[in-house]
Design a protein around this ligand. Structure first.
Ligand SMILES: NC(=O)C1=CN([C@@H]2O[C@H](COP(=O)(O)OP(=O)(O)OC[C@H]3O[C@@H](n4cnc5c(N)ncnc54)[C@H](O)[C@@H]3O)[C@@H](O)[C@H]2O)C=CC1
Ligand SMILES: O=P(O)(O)OC[C@H]1O[C@](O)(CO)[C@@H](O)[C@@H]1O
Length: 537
């Protein structure tokens, strides 16, 4: 069985292999989407195909909507080449349940995939047409945390960004520049309303997206390239909204064990590819069953009825609380702690780490002991129950092939959100003392230790990709396992960097604690585990 429209016509072969197929008329939905697109998604990676695309499929099957999703890629064009040319925009979703049951579904809600690339003229013109279409209701994003950044580590705009500011929307070439240019087309088409929905794991993700788009609009206005009305349009929530959201579903990279299982079922397209841009992509996506999507209900042109398939629409305040709970205390900090120490202690599965009592205790200490006290109960999801599920059910799920190496990707982009916010909450609290934190400084010290690229047995490992890896690794380049002293002044300069840690760790008196723990962890082989034991026991 190959994943394409022609093979999908033979429904029996899929059903016999235990794979669900879409029940809606894909050709009719495609026609309708061509004339009246409602949803455009940017960044059609694994999470999008496993979760939002599946939600739309459910709505299509329920006949609640009659259009599908158009996806566009502005960074890694290989993804759309594969999806379109080999798979007719279909994906196979494999849901790995905690009881070992597996559910397989063909996801057919993606109707078109386009490149946000001026050289791909047809695609770009189609995108302009979609943005000019009154029917478009939302543009959503899963482009990773770094996708929104316009500046380098020193806070300076990148060269492409500066050129785009000067050259204007007609020729903008940077990712967000092109998105802002497409929004400008919509503005010119009559100031049509639209929601820009970031679904990336960032605090206040809507504001981060808004700020990036607004930066282009205001620079273009200053340079006389757009009218002030365009800036007003971007700033008017009745016209362009940037809802905040919280998305949660562990979606590991396509995994070999899942591929083997699919092969046995007669599914032939099981190879995954690591693209030139380091995206792990395959015809299938594998994910856990648990999923949460909470979105601020601010859609000036309406929205698909996603509430009918489990999405919670609420006010910004509640989204903020849910997101703060998940990203800054109850899930992602635990994940990052396990990522760093998993790589240092030689693990290749998050679920295996949870069998190690020391790592389990670290996860619990980060979550229950240090995060939970300062988290506000959002009312719609209980934080304690949420961590219970994360630590007790989701992370130990042996059927989820998630790796510490995947979560360790882009750690420099994640520490500020995942730990800095909690440190700030302690600093602002009358009840809790920042000096009482142990697990958080230990994880930050663990990251310094990780940067050495040598595990606790002295074996060299490949560090996961990170846009600031070269720069941050330079701080530890002269440090070796067995060193008894470190250059505290030099490392202090790194620990002061608020763009990485969210706070100046020197100013908040946490740097010494981090460096003491780091020193302990470089003392000898085995010192990481020894220090971990000291922290959790
Ligand atoms: N995988 C997961 O379990 C979950 C992921 N997320 C969010 O979604 C993001 C993407 O996750 P996946 O889809 O699993 O990753 P993926 O690697 O499968 O896809 C990443 C997507 O982002 C694009 N991208 C990467 N770097 C970019 C850049 N610098 N500029 C613009 N686009 C860029 C890629 O081209 C691709 O479309 C995560 O970073 C996270 O914020 C949220 C919840 C769950
Ligand atoms: O660390 P990342 O790359 O944001 O991925 C974190 C993982 O945890 C999650 O928050 C689970 O929803 C997802 O973002 C992903 O599975």
């Amino acid at each position: 069985m190959l994943l394409n429209q022609q093979e999908l016509e033979n429904k029996e072969q899929w059903t016999e292999a235990g794979i669900r197929v879409p029940t809606f008329d894909r050709a009719a939905v495609k026609r309708q989407t061509e004339t009246a697109p409602t949803w455009l998604h940017l960044g059609p990676g694994n999470i999008f195909r496993a979760f939002p695309a599946m939600l739309m499929q459910k709505l299509l099957d329920l006949k609640q909507v009659d259009t599908g999703i158009v996806v566009a890629e502005g960074y890694d064009y290989e993804i759309v080449d594969i999806m379109k040319q080999q798979n007719d925009n279909l994906s196979l979703l494999v849901t790995l349940k905690t009881d070992g049951n597996i559910e397989k579904s063909v996801v057919g809600s993606i109707m078109e995939s386009l490149k946000i690339d001026r050289e791909s003229k047809e695609d770009y013109q189609r995108l302009v047409a979609i943005f000019e279409n009154r029917t478009l209701q939302m543009v959503s994003f899963t482009i990773t945390e770094k996708g929104y950044s316009l500046t380098d580590s020193r806070g300076n705009y990148g060269q492409q960004i500066v050129e785009d500011f000067t050259n204007g929307p007609e020729v903008a070439e940077s990712y967000i520049g092109k998105v802002a240019a497409l929004l400008h087309c919509r503005f010119l088409a009559g100031q049509l309303p639209l929601a820009f929905v970031s679904m990336d794991n960032m605090s206040h993700n809507g504001d981060i997206l808004k700020s990036a788009i607004h930066t282009f609009a205001s620079n273009w206005q200053e340079n006389g390239l757009v009218t002030p009305e365009f800036v007003a349009y971007v700033n008017d929530p009745e016209k362009v909204s940037f809802p905040w959201s919280m998305i949660d579903k562990i979606t590991p990279r396509p995994d070999e064990t899942v591929a083997q299982m699919l092969r046995k079922d007669g599914f032939e397209e099981v190879d995954y590819k690591i693209t030139q841009k380091n995206t792990y992509t395959a015809a299938f996506v594998n994910a856990e069953e648990t999923e949460y999507l909470v979105i601020e209900d601010a859609f000036p042109n309406g929205r698909p009825p996603l509430d009918k398939v489990g999405v919670i629409f609420t006010d910004r305040h509640t989204v903020n609380q849910v997101e703060t709970m998940k990203v800054t205390t109850c899930l992602n900090p635990i994940h990052t702690a396990l990522a760093i120490f998993g790589c240092l202690l030689g693990y290749e599965r998050i679920s295996d780490e949870m069998k190690n009592p020391l790592l389990k205790k670290l996860a619990e200490k980060v979550g229950y002991q240090e995060g939970l006290p300062v988290v506000v109960d959002p009312g719609i999801i209980n934080p304690k129950e949420f961590i219970d599920e994360v630590v007790g059910v989701r992370l130990p799920n042996p059927f989820i092939p998630d790796t510490p190496q995947r979560i360790a990707t882009d750690t420099s982009q994640k520490l500020a959100i995942r730990f800095g916010k909690t440190i700030e909450s302690y600093l602002n609290s009358d009840t809790y003392d920042v000096a009482s934190l142990e697990a958080i400084p230990f994880v930050l010290a663990g990251w310094l230790r990780y940067l050495l690229g040598v595990d606790d047995t002295g074996k060299v490992f490949e560090k996961s990709s990170d846009p600031r890896m070269t720069e941050v690794s330079a701080f530890v380049k002269d440090i070796k396992i067995g060193d008894t002293t470190i250059d505290r002044l030099n490392l202090g300069a790194l620990l002061k960097d608020k763009t990485i840690f969210g706070v100046d760790l020197v100013a908040v008196n946490m740097a010494d604690k981090v460096l003491d723990l780091f020193e302990e962890m470089i003392a000898s082989e085995g010192a990481v585990e020894k220090t971990l034991r000291k922290i959790v026991e």
